[in-house]
Design a protein around this ligand. Structure first.
Ligand SMILES: Cc1ncc(C[n+]2csc(CCOP(=O)(O)OP(=O)(O)O)c2C)c(N)n1
Ligand SMILES: *[C@@H]1O[C@H](CO)[C@@H](O)[C@H](O)[C@H]1NC(C)=O
Ligand SMILES: *[C@@H]1O[C@H](CO)[C@@H](O)[C@H](O)[C@H]1NC(C)=O
Ligand SMILES: *[C@@H]1O[C@H](CO)[C@@H](O)[C@H](O)[C@H]1NC(C)=O
Ligand SMILES: *[C@@H]1O[C@H](CO)[C@@H](O)[C@H](O)[C@H]1NC(C)=O
Ligand SMILES: [Mg+2]
Length: 827
């Protein structure tokens, strides 16, 4: 492994662009042509550039005291011997060791020490597989026995959850930093295998921790992100997360990025892995300085990391440390790298380990004696051996030790919810009218709003007088009441949706001033990044309502990885609850295949309830079901129910992700209004809304029950009226699709003994809700009757782009739904 010299390139550019600096540049030959290369000339701020030059060009900056050298050697010993210990004990286990980049450990410790000295007391980290166990052991200082006991396959995970392999679990640890003697909290966020996906989550959690401790400039809470070279260059989420770094609602005031640049990704070398010279080039878009450093020179590494931490503390902006290293073994310890990279690995085999090199250097310098060095090694080996012995007593792996965000006080001591009930989500009349008043007035004087807006506010005031709410007002009532109860409300949305119906943020027409009652965030045009960020925000505390709204539900799939890897199975894999709310505008409203479907079928397919099992109905059935499910999926047909489900999200004694298919046309639908009576104390979210019309007078005469969800209900009732079938067809809305309301659906079917059962949806047959609802409905009625289908035919696209076809399809399925003979010959 040769020392990398980026300095020559650097000098070349300097000469080319800035000939006046020529002389100076040659002076800096000394600074840049050793083991450090700095890229910063693209930064368009003179002070920042000067600051960096100061750090590298002053002669003699890289002096280390004896004490510092010894500490560094001790850290290198720990890092190196930890991997060797694992290799000795479990030679056939994958551990994604750090061999070839052992200086990562002193690098991270330096960043943390320096930041702690500058006032940081909480560090939130995210990292991939490589070196994770080592970071847990030697940076976060997780008890070694807790790490070792995971290698012993005889041990089984206790507690709840399915668990995840050892290099994915999260971690939280509070301890004294020995160098600065100050308390520091370190957490490592649990991550999926999907490289770089954890980045926005770490940033969101960091933002939340900053928010809760009133740290507006990032002086107390910071994030560190680790990356592999191939992943950093290849994964788009890196770019999306970098672009959040300076946005008002998303900035964490600077992240230190550390790239473990072993110049290989699995078996792919850089020539095949990227089109840019360095894996770190993506960070140039946010003007982050990039420090390349040869990881075989631990002192250069420590120096650069000190500068990186100071940079962050000074300018509150991102910075990248590129640890140029190698990977001594295969991708994991089982792989043979000689198969694919024979030449490279011949070179690598010849390399002396960095610890040995550094120790020899210090011994030659006389900084330590050989004996002291050997003592340091046996001291650490002994620590490992003793921990290993203890790990055998540790009968079970406690997954509780592996939480990245404990929520103190929210659960009982053994991690259970404090109760299995949910109080009424209704509000007192006075409270409703008070919040309504706030929503329909301008709260400060000297504030000029747009004329159209004052009409809207006037309309709202009138609605409040009439004791009614529309969708936006229902939502406002839910948010407003939670705010009054001390809950933080944060809504992340691409701003179009904000302006189009909510008008929750008022703009002054004359000066650049605005008011909003809760945190409304204008997001960047990224789904993957922003959803990950909000998930991270929601992770920090249970006492916040965090919502992410897609611009159209259709677009959520660019964030699929966050949904599949974190939101859906997060609790099972990592015992971590999360109450994030996804608002997905959805509706077959003739707007074509790209603007119609939030893909409810996908969310429903990932629900963990058993379609063939009819659960026993107990007193706490409703809440118990919510507790057992992996997420809640609803499609509300009226504002009051939406109001309740949002409030329930916080009043529940535990947290679950909530997926809401929100409407577009319903926003202004004259019938889709609710009355205060539906929101008073004692009222609650209705999982099923039974038909309370004429059908109830003579139920045995009813020929059909149409089950549906959401907006199609209004189409169905209109059609029923024109056909004069209000006494023969019942229309029942299933508002909560998952967990499925087995009990209430059963009650509905029993009410009308002579009716056949139809599921009606607007979506195509292979999409929407049918495949989810049908087996569950059949289970509730012991398969006594078929469940017929009225809706669009199967299709590959979610909707037609042709308006006429759209209307024709609608007419056809309404015909089917109300034709009592439609299914006769199917029998
Ligand atoms: C999104 C994603 N795609 C593919 C993989 C499979 N995979 C696991 S490790 C790896 C190589 C990573 O290379 P690099 O980022 O350089 O890290 P290194 O292992 O070299 O430390 C790949 C492709 C993955 N984990 N995640
Ligand atoms: C660190 O925290 C503990 C408890 O949280 C406290 O008792 C101790 O005084 C703190 N130490 C310092 C140096 O702040
Ligand atoms: C309020 O009620 C009155 C009388 O019923 C009605 O005329 C008016 O349209 C209602 N206003 C709103 C905004 O619903
Ligand atoms: C969001 O962006 C829009 C358009 O630039 C702006 O009018 C609005 O004030 C922003 N909202 C917030 C809360 O920053
Ligand atoms: C809910 O599902 C229905 C049924 O197909 C659909 O018509 C509607 O657009 C969905 N969303 C809402 C908010 O109603
Ligand atoms: Mg790599």
């Amino acid at each position: 492994m040769v020392g990398y010299c980026f300095g020559c390139d650097f000098c070349y550019f300097m000469r080319y662009f800035l000939s006046v600096w020529l002389l100076k540049c040659c002076v800096s030959q000394m600074a840049y042509c050793q083991h450090i290369g700095v890229e910063f000339m693209f930064i368009n701020d003179l002070d920042q550039c000067q600051w960096i030059r100061q750090k590298f060009e002053r002669p003699g900056v890289m002096q280390f005291s004896l004490e510092e050298k010894r500490t560094l050697l001790a850290r290198m010993v720990r890092s190196t011997r930890f991997e060797e210990f694992l290799q000795r004990k479990w030679s056939s286990e994958k551990r994604f060791g750090l061999e070839g980049c052992e200086s990562l450990i002193p690098a991270l410790k330096t960043i943390i020490d320096k930041s702690s000295e500058k006032g940081v007391d909480t560090v939130i980290m995210g990292m991939p597989h490589r070196g994770r166990l080592n970071v847990l052991a030697n940076v976060i200082r997780k008890e070694l026995e807790q790490i070792f006991c995971q290698f012993d396959s005889k041990l089984e995970a206790a507690d709840e959850g399915t668990g995840d392999v050892k290099y994915h679990l999260g971690m939280y640890h509070r301890r004294i930093n020995r160098v600065t003697d100050r308390n520091i909290t370190l957490s490592l966020v649990a991550n999926p295998s999907h490289l770089e996906a954890v980045n926005p989550v770490v940033q969101g959690k960091t933002k939340a921790e900053q928010f809760y401790c009133g740290d507006t400039d990032g002086n107390r809470v910071m994030s560190i992100l680790l990356h592999g070279d191939a992943a950093f260059a290849g994964q788009g989420i890196v770019y999306e997360t970098c672009h959040l770094s300076d946005l008002p609602s998303y900035t964490t005031h600077g992240t230190v990025h550390v790239v473990v640049n072993n110049q290989i990704g699995f078996t792919t070398d850089p020539r095949m892995a990227r089109s840019s010279p360095y894996p770190t080039d993506v960070a140039r878009v946010v003007n982050a300085p990039i420090f390349h450093v040869n990881a075989d020179d631990p002192e250069a590494v420590v120096y650069v990391c000190n500068v990186a931490a100071e940079w962050r503390a000074t300018f509150h902006k991102d910075v990248v440390v590129d640890l140029v290293c190698y990977r001594r073994n295969g991708h994991n310890e089982m792989d043979e790298p000689m198969f694919t990279q024979p030449l490279m690995y011949k070179q690598i085999k010849k390399q002396k380990g960095v610890l040995q090199k550094y120790a020899e250097k210090l011994i030659a310098e006389g900084a330590v004696s050989r004996q002291e060095y050997e003592e340091e090694i046996s001291k650490y080996d002994k620590i490992c051996e003793e921990a290993h012995a203890r790990s055998k007593d540790e009968k079970i792996l406690h997954i509780k030790h592996w939480l990245d965000s404990p929520w103190p006080g929210f659960f009982t001591l053994d991690g259970q919810p404090k109760s299995m009930s949910c109080p009424s989500t209704g509000l007192q009349e006075e409270e409703l009218s008070h919040i309504g008043q706030v929503a329909s007035s301008v709260p400060v004087e000297d504030f000029t709003i747009h004329g159209g807006l004052s009409r809207i506010l006037k309309g709202r005031a009138e609605m409040i007088k009439n004791r009614t709410v529309d969708w936006a007002l229902g939502e406002y009532m839910a948010f407003g009441s939670l705010l009054k109860e001390g809950i933080h409300v944060r809504l992340s949305v691409m701003n179009l949706n904000l302006v189009s119906h909510r008008h929750h943020v008022l703009h002054d027409q004359n000066v650049d001033k605005r008011i909003s009652p809760y945190t409304v965030c204008n997001s960047s045009l990224s789904e993957y990044g922003v959803l990950g960020f909000e998930l991270g925000f929601a992770m920090a505390s249970p006492n916040a309502l965090v919502l992410w709204e897609a611009q159209f539900g259709d677009f959520h799939n660019t964030a699929q990885c966050i949904i599949d890897q974190f939101i859906c199975p997060g609790q099972a894999k990592w015992v971590r609850q999360n109450g994030i709310v996804l608002l997905l505008p959805h509706g077959m409203e003739g707007m074509g295949p790209e603007h119609s479907s939030a893909r409810p079928e996908r969310f429903l397919q990932m629900c963990n309830d058993d379609p063939d099992f009819n659960p026993k109905v107990t007193d706490d059935f409703e809440v118990r079901q919510l507790y057992d499910c992996n997420w809640i999926v609803v499609n509300c047909s009226n504002p009051a129910n939406y109001f309740h489900v949002i409030r329930r999200q916080i009043l529940l004694p535990f947290r679950k992700p909530l997926i809401v298919f929100t409407p577009k046309s319903l926003l202004r639908h004259p019938e889709a209004k609710s009355n205060f009576d539906q929101m008073l104390p004692g009222t609650h979210f209705q999982r099923v809304i039974p038909d309370d019309g004429q059908v109830t007078q003579n139920p045995s005469e009813v020929k059909r029950i149409i089950f549906c969800t959401g907006k199609v209900y209004y189409e169905l009732t209109r059609e029923r009226k024109t056909r004069n079938m209000e006494d023969s067809v019942a229309i029942t809305r299933i508002e909560q699709l998952s967990p499925f309301p087995f009990d209430l659906v059963k009650a509905e079917t029993e009410k009308y003994p002579n009716a056949d059962l139809v599921w009606c949806q607007e979506e195509h047959k292979n999409q929407g809700y049918y495949d989810y609802v049908k087996p569950r409905m059949r289970t509730t009625i012991d398969r006594a009757k078929p469940v017929w289908y009225a809706g669009r035919e199967p299709a590959s696209a979610p909707a037609t782009g042709n308006k006429n076809t759209h209307l024709l399809e609608l007419k056809r399925f309404l015909d089917t739904a109300f034709n009592l003979d439609a299914f006769k010959d199917h029998v």
